[in-house]
Design a binder for this molecule. Structure first.
Ligand code: PEP
Ligand code: MG
Length: 754
């Protein structure tokens, strides 16, 4: 038996086109489509299963199986071979299907006569919405061309199924597959808050609205124009990388250039259009192929190259005429950005007026995108598995950043419950606002200092609304990350002046540039590192490239002329680094004094405590500093050897573990002995239970995201620190994984509001 000749797809597609454009309802068209496929592929059977409510695949049309089985035969996703194709979202090619362990016999179909089976998922927006399968009596193996042809036809079926007409068809409409069903996805809270809006995919996705070309020559010319636009843009990028980017970026763009001019890739695209596909559908076909190949390749280098090709297909799609590119900086509706993961700078690219929330497949609470989102007051739910498959561009979504969940296409009942949550949240916010002007003093009269972490001008503009005592950590790198070029000294000076002006005498602690690791500056050339968190970052860059640090210190000194300046250095691992950095600062002060005759009225120079090694040199460090601040995010990362950005392990160890508490206590003891002011500015400062434990350990100065100030203040006002102290100190010596439960019980027993 001969299979489908390579030239036949175009003929088949032309016939399918006629069916699609012809008369009849969607069901009739689907019946006609399976008949045509069976005839053209010389298969005795062609069946189409579509996804129904509850992840069930229902036989919607068949040529060859018993007609009575249509709308009767149902398989769960994962059940039988059809269910397996849907579950794995990849084709299955079997010469003897019945001996396959997954085979599930359905007597009503009469399929016992057929041995070979070729099935492929019907995909829409990366989601399986059905399965298309052909079967033959003989035990034959389908050729690669036949697999590809069936995949191409599956795209046509996807178009038909997605059309409104099909969705509106009898019965199917109520439960139109998982595409329109309400759906809840659980995740973890990376930034608190509640928001609703419409999904915008951060990574552009190829959308195929029409699969079969009306006019092949004109599609070929659309493709050709897009290819030359892509080639020029990649060439231009490469020229830019010579001056702006790192070796690593240049390598990637060189690979892009190679692929963008690769004859094999271009031929595949052109061939796909010649079979009768639109340019969009052709790009999608070729991309699907690449993805299928990627799944089978384990060599990381080759996988990377294939993923370059995948990305290139997305870029090519963006160059097709008629395609509308969404301008991130000018959004026109409430937007929920959906991404696999993203950097802080990319988040800042979005129009803040309409950016309402972010959903990430990955992400952790201490990753910088989460830190920036909290600064912006944008809720983030992260670690939502399979969001890419579940969410479609434009879906209406509710993001519940209070409980770490996301509702897609919510029903009325869920929307109502959500509105109640929004109201309750507003009530809570009003309660926190009422605490704003109260002094931060514990129940037993201990004076505390509650500050906010900032880094963007928006934080500074809203500073006085927070009721904070000051800014305990100003992350200067955020200003560097939002720009495409290194800010000049004058620009930096203007910024730091504005911060000092706005704070109007309240304390602010600037931290010098902390880049590297996951904080990337596009214009700073750095080599790719195997272990970036342990690599060339923060003060290490500052000391190795003193010009950068000097220019920043100069700007700070100028901005603070005649007033008080507090600044600290990040990632100090040993005293000598601090001494070296301090010497650079002293020189800048001298130079500035000579240049302008002015200098800050007072300078406080501090060090962050983020690397465990410095804790064992504290007495020496404390001799050199005016203050220290614990960066618990990094301290925790290095203490437990746990990557703060890796969701798989980021929760493995608890911040409320006895060993970490003991380390934190040692810092208090050393600072008390040396009479050096101490604060904590990592994420734990903003969590009421953690902040309570820190108060028990002796911490009095906290700096946190503005969002968390209210809850921490409410806790602080209700705690008797004297009662708490002994309890917490004892917990430092227990052998448990965590003392969270004990602390919670203490809070409950002593009416501490958490
Ligand atoms: C920290 O590490 O705790 C810290 C405050 O710095 P960042 O989160 O910016 O690394
Ligand atoms: Mg840090």
């Amino acid at each position: 038996m001969t299979g489908l000749a390579v030239s036949t797809p175009r003929l088949l597609l032309r016939k399918l086109h006629q069916v699609m454009a012809g008369r009849g309802d969607a069901q009739q068209r689907l019946d006609e489509i399976v008949r045509l496929i069976a005839g053209n592929m010389i298969a005795e059977v062609c069946s189409c299963y579509l996804m129904r409510a509850g992840d069930v695949l229902e036989l919607f049309a068949t040529e060859g199986l018993k007609k009575d089985a249509v709308h009767q035969t149902r398989l769960r996703v994962g059940e039988g071979l059809i269910g397996d194709i849907a579950a794995q979202a990849r084709p299955l090619n079997l010469s003897d299907a019945q001996t396959h362990p997954q085979f599930a016999y359905r007597p009503e179909t009469g399929e016992e006569e057929y041995h070979s089976l070729l099935g492929t998922p019907v995909l829409r927006g990366g989601r399986v919405i059905g399965v298309l399968a052909v079967q033959n009596r003989t035990q034959r193996s389908y050729t690669e061309e036949e697999v590809e042809a069936l995949q191409t036809v599956a795209m046509v079926v996807a178009e038909l199924v997605s059309s409104e007409e099909m969705v509106a068809a009898t019965e199917f409409s109520d439960t139109a597959g998982n595409a329109t069903l309400p759906h809840r996805i659980g995740g973890s809270i990376l930034a608190e808050g509640l928001a609703s809006g419409f999904a915008l995919m951060h990574e552009p996705r190829i959308e195929v609205l029409q699969t079969i070309a009306d006019d092949v020559p004109s599609e070929l010319s659309r493709l050709e124009s897009a290819i030359s636009a892509l080639q020029s843009s990649v060439d231009a990028l490469l020229t830019a990388t010579n001056t702006l980017f790192s070796d690593e970026s240049r390598e990637i763009f060189e690979a892009y250039k190679m692929f963008a001019h690769d004859k094999g890739w271009l031929k595949k695209l052109n061939d796909a259009v010649r079979t009768g596909l639109t340019a969009e559908a052709a790009i999608k076909r070729v991309q699907d192929d690449t993805r299928a190949r990627m799944k089978e390749i384990s060599d990381p280098y080759l996988r990377d190259r294939l993923s370059d090709l995948d990305d290139l297909a997305n870029r090519l799609y963006l160059h097709l005429d008629g395609h509308t590119v969404i301008d991130r900086r000018n959004l026109d509706q409430a937007t929920i950005v959906v991404a696999h993961n993203m950097g802080a700078a990319e988040l800042l690219d979005y129009d803040r007026r309409h950016l309402k929330a972010v959903i990430l497949a990955e992400g952790t609470r201490s990753s910088h995108v989460a830190i920036v989102a909290r600064a912006l007051g944008v809720p983030v739910v992260g670690q939502c598995e399979k969001i890419g498959e579940a969410i479609e561009q434009g879906d209406f979504i509710l993001v519940d950043g209070e409980h770490g969940q996301v509702f897609l296409r919510p029903g009325d009942d869920v929307q109502e419950a959500f509105s109640t949550n929004v109201r309750l949240r507003e009530e809570r916010q009003a309660k926190y606002a009422a605490l704003r002007d109260m002094s931060s003093t514990s129940k037993d009269g201990v004076k505390l200092s509650l500050n906010i972490n900032a880094g963007l001008l928006i934080d500074v503009d809203h500073f006085h609304e927070t009721g904070a005592d000051g800014i305990g950590l100003f992350r200067t790198e955020l200003q560097f990350m939002v720009r495409s070029q290194m800010p000049k000294v004058d620009e930096q000076t203007a910024l730091y002046s504005k911060v000092l002006d706005n704070l109007n005498g309240k304390p602010v602690v600037f931290r010098t540039l902390d880049v590297g690791g996951d904080k990337v500056l596009p214009y700073l050339r750095t080599k790719a590192e195997e272990n970036p968190a342990l690599g060339w970052r923060a003060i290490r860059i500052g000391l190795d490239r003193p010009a950068l640090l000097r220019s920043q210190l100069r700007a700070m000194v100028r901005a603070a002329a005649g007033r008080e300046l507090s600044l600290m250095f990040p990632m100090i691992a040993e005293v000598s680094e601090f001494i070296e950095a301090k010497a650079i600062l002293k020189k800048e002060i001298e130079k500035e004094s000579k240049r302008s005759g002015s200098e800050p009225a007072k300078i406080n120079i501090g060090s962050m405590i983020e690397v465990p090694s410095i804790v064992w040199q504290l007495p020496h460090l404390l001799n050199e500093v005016d203050f220290v601040s614990v960066g618990s995010n990094d301290l925790m990362q290095f203490f437990f050897a746990v990557d703060r950005g890796n969701p798989k392990i980021s929760d493995r160890y608890d911040t409320l573990s006895p060993s970490l508490l003991k380390l934190l206590r040692k810092i208090v003891d050393d600072c008390t002995a040396a009479n050096v002011p101490l604060s904590v500015c990592g994420d734990i400062a903003g969590r009421p239970l953690e902040a309570m434990a820190l108060m028990g350990l002796g911490y009095r100065n906290f700096s946190m995201s503005a969002e968390t100030l209210g809850p921490v203040k409410e806790m602080a006002l209700s705690v008797d620190i004297d009662q708490l102290r002994d309890f917490v100190l004892k917990l430092c010596d227990v052998r448990d994984h965590s003392v969270r439960d004990q602390l919670r019980s203490f809070a409950r027993d002593h009416s501490i509001i958490l």
